[in-house]
Design a binder for this molecule. Structure first.
Ligand code: Q9C
Ligand code: ZN
Length: 346
């Protein structure tokens, strides 16, 4: 398996996220990817590749131009406000939420942050854009590596993650939707129908939004019930897609505390839908925060269970792009991700 890894992911390193009235240390850290890379190499599970330049045309078919312009310039704007900002991260503190919803575009930077961010947990740092852009290139290149038909699977090993980012918004530690970019690249390389299977603990709200009205990309997500779990406002079972995309979104929420049995039952439901959809290629949005030891999530999967996930997904027999998403039990992260790859390739 070719593994496109993000060589500049360290450039994105948030300090703190807002949680229950405090700024707490970020969970989404550079060390995460280092652990995965070390374990994959230790087990000989793939060949590393560097991404090429990002295809901005493809990025613009998934993300809004104003949003990309904002991400590209926000750090410079932040510094222009005050040179002392160099030592601080950018976090929003005001939103066009309850009572303020109107389609205006204020010049003020705080106001712009509130338009594009949906939480105060996703700090932007000096290297966020550079890291996210290189990650997008990993996802696109991983998809194109399959399109040649020579290989069964490839991986985009990157951070920041992507599945919470939509066409024109960020949040949940995500800025560019790597899985959506991979799916779009597969479509443009000739796959008539593509499925995105999101197994991260959190609902893939960004991917859902991007493809919600499209019939050519099926989005399926297995996640903690949003009535108690982040991102709370989307991820319910009745969100089925709209317009031409009606029936092409499947949410499989499970109660917090669920273990591997209901999880694997949901996976079988997901795989059956992907088969009836007639997907010709698959993107696996691979978060391993369903692990019992995850500090911010509440499923109870064990490290061995990730082998089975890899085996079941491989049984679809589809060309597959694995895209790294969440997982915050840093010490076990490499083992859990490597187990998925090992199960997949077994
Ligand atoms: N202090 C991904 O897994 N914060 N994003 C939860 C914890 C948001 C997770 C509160 C979690 C986002 C890609
Ligand atoms: Zn997650």
């Amino acid at each position: 398996m070719l593994i496109f890894h993000n060589p500049v992911h360290h450039a994105h390193s948030g300090r703190q996220e807002m949680y229950r009235g405090r700024l707490v240390d970020c969970h989404e850290t550079p060390a995460r990817l280092d652990y995965v890379l070390v374990e994959l190499m230790r087990r000989g599970l793939g060949q590393l590749r560097l991404p090429g330049a990002p295809d901005m045309g493809l990025l613009l078919r998934i993300h809004d131009p104003d949003y990309l312009g904002f991400l590209a310039t926000v750090w410079a704007e932040w510094l222009a406000l005050d040179p002392a900002h160099a030592a601080l991260d950018v976090l929003p503190s005001v939103w066009p939420g309850a009572g303020l919803r109107r389609d205006v575009r204020p010049r003020n930077l705080s106001a712009q942050l509130g338009r594009y961010a949906f939480d105060a947990g996703s700090p932007i740092t000096a290297g966020t854009w550079e890291a996210a852009l290189a990650g997008a290139a990993c996802a696109i290149d991983a998809a194109r590596a399959l399109a040649s038909g020579a290989r069964r699977a490839s991986m985009a090993l990157t951070r920041p993650p992507g599945h919470h980012a939509g066409s024109d918004f960020y949040g949940g530690y995500c800025f560019l939707n790597n899985a959506a970019l991979a799916a779009q690249a597969l479509r443009e390389a000739g796959a008539t129908r593509v499925a995105v299977l999101d197994v991260d603990y959190h609902h893939g709200n960004g991917t859902q939004q991007i493809f919600y009205e499209r019939a050519d990309v099926l989005t399926v997500s297995i996640h903690g019930d949003p009535s108690t779990e982040y991102p709370f406002y989307l991820g319910y079972a009745d969100e089925a897609g709209a317009g031409a995309g009606l029936g092409c979104n499947l949410n499989l929420p499970l109660p917090a505390g669920s273990g591997v049995e209901p999880w694997l039952a949901a996976l079988q439901t997901a795989l059956a839908r992907i088969r009836t959809f007639g997907a010709e290629a698959l993107v696996l949005a691979l978060g391993v925060d369903s692990f019992e030891g995850d500090p911010i999530s509440r499923f109870t999967l064990q490290s061995e269970d990730f082998l089975r996930i890899g085996q079941h997904v491989a049984a679809l027999g589809l060309p597959t792009v694995l895209v790294m998403e969440g997982g915050y039990a840093v010490a076990e992260l490499g083992i859990n991700v490597a187990n998925v790859l090992e199960g997949f390739t077994a």
